[in-house]
Design a binder for this molecule. Structure first.
Ligand SMILES: Nc1ncnc2c1ncn2[C@@H]1O[C@H](COP(=O)(O)OP(=O)(O)OP(=O)(O)O)[C@@H](O)[C@H]1O
Ligand SMILES: [Mg+2]
Length: 434
């Protein structure tokens, strides 16, 4: 018998409380507890919408509330009722089941009749269905509503980050022709340290040590790669290698990066409001961050004009910056950075811009997603200038290992002797010992 049925058969009764609480219907009790929980534990409700762990925390909380209300529930267990209330508060309808599966990293709803998931890195179509567009819309608003956002015809798309770190995007008609579309990226497996990436085969241990040394030497690093190739994860892991005494400013569109146990300030962009006002961009935040005495600046992703300001910051003494860029290779990364920097209204000739990038950026870590779902560091390239011409030299390629005998002169003179020695030792010393 379903919990609902059992509850209907056995209405609530208050055991030893005021008469007005006696014989309340299941709906009344559910509603009263729902209101109480939303009022006192709104954050937990939001978190429980995307996390099973939080959900069982909520079930325990609601069970306690039932006890504190002195309600008597006949033959039924309190847990049954608590679970039903929590399901009503936090459930995600047909896609709820995917929250139980740690192998599911992406849930994609393309209108009511098509739901895909990425499981163990592989895309698969599921037989899950919603009953209608309105049903999908309801679940979308339940997900994004938990962080104070909404979608409807007047604001037909939304980006949101949920308290558990999941990233959500929704687009609804008229922008989407499939009906309401929801994309949820989950991070059931969060990698925080380079050694974890080594253990899943993303990069060899000697490369991890080299990258760690690059971070310690305050090189300016960009992580490039295709969509979902693990750029943000790698950036996050590198940011966790920052020194404990450094002040880190993290700027993102929707916050994903977690730098644990450091002195961190997180800044997040803001979309414009319904009147088209109040927009705050990555570029605005970066300009502001420069006045916040940063030791390190981390930009979640460079997508546009902010690239110009990041390059300028790197060139004006802000060492050790980190960011990511969508690109197909380390060489393509330079082209993308140049193209995006050109989008800024500053009129700088192309060759000047290229040489700025050559002197600003020190290292590119290029990520690739393998067809089986694994993510690898596919190239590591050093960047610099030789006679005012930008140079990009790969020092590591996934299939071949280290592909240079020594670091080129233009790079050594760029980073200075002390750092050059440290970097050479890390790269060649470790590699020899492998
Ligand atoms: N090294 C790794 N090994 C295995 N899985 C990984 C690795 N890095 C990231 N992932 C998984 O791949 C997915 C995408 O990761 P991430 O968000 O870091 O990629 P991205 O390149 O930043 O994506 P986007 O282009 O959307 O910004 C996540 O589910 C993450 O858990
Ligand atoms: Mg990313």
């Amino acid at each position: 018998m379903s919990i609902l049925k059992k509850l209907e058969l056995e209405p609530y009764r208050a055991s030893r409380v005021a008469p007005e609480l006696r014989d309340r219907s299941v709906e009344d009790v559910t509603e009263a507890i729902r209101e109480k929980v939303l009022e006192t534990h709104a954050e937990l409700v939001m978190a429980a919408r995307m996390s099973r762990e939080k959900r069982s925390e909520m079930v325990s909380l609601v069970s306690e509330l039932i006890v504190s209300c002195d309600l008597y529930v006949g033959r039924l267990t309190r847990r049954d009722l608590a679970e039903r209330i929590v399901q009503e508060l936090c459930g995600l309808g047909p896609i709820d089941e995917f929250l139980d599966d740690p192998a599911v990293t992406e849930i994609m709803v393309n209108g009511p009749h098509e739901v895909f998931v990425e499981r163990n890195g592989v895309l698969e179509k599921t037989d899950v269905r919603f009953s209608s567009d309105a049903h999908v819309l309801d679940i979308i608003n339940r997900v994004v509503g938990s962080v104070g956002r909404r979608v409807d015809k007047s604001s037909p798309y939304v980006d949101a980050r949920l308290p558990d770190g999941s990233r959500v995007n929704a687009v609804v008609p008229p922008l989407s022709l499939n009906g309401p579309v929801l994309t949820i990226r989950r991070f059931p497996e969060r990698y925080s340290h380079l050694k974890e990436l080594v253990s899943v085969g993303t990069l060899p241990a000697f490369m991890a040590s080299f990258l760690q040394e690059c971070v310690a030497c305050k090189l300016d690093i960009v992580i490039s790669g295709g969509s979902g190739s693990g750029k943000t994860t790698t950036l996050n892991v590198l940011a966790n290698s920052f020194g404990q005494d450094e002040r880190i400013i993290v700027i993102e569109d929707s916050s994903e990066i977690r730098v644990v146990g450091h002195h961190v300030v997180h800044l997040e962009t803001r979309p414009e409001n319904v009147e088209g006002k109040g927009l705050v961009t990555v570029r605005d935040l970066l300009r502001n961050a420069l006045r916040m005495r940063p030791d390190r600046i981390v930009i979640g992703e460079c997508r546009g004009k902010e690239t110009f300001d990041l390059i300028t910051a790197m060139n004006t003494g802000h060492e050790g910056c980190l960011s990511t860029v969508h690109a197909n290779s380390s060489k393509d990364c330079i082209a993308r950075l140049t193209g995006m920097a050109l989008m800024s209204e500053e009129s700088v000739p192309l060759n000047v811009l290229e040489s700025w990038i050559g002197s600003a950026l020190d290292l590119i870590v290029h990520m690739r997603k393998h067809p089986g779902g694994a993510r690898v560091v596919s190239e590591v390239a050093i960047v610099g200038l030789d006679e005012a011409c930008i140079q990009v030299a790969r020092v590591y390629v996934h299939e071949e290992g280290i592909v240079v005998q020594e670091l080129p002169g233009w790079f050594l003179s760029k980073v200075g002797q002390e750092r050059a020695e440290r970097l050479s030792d890390a790269l060649f010393g470790e590699a020899k010992g492998r």
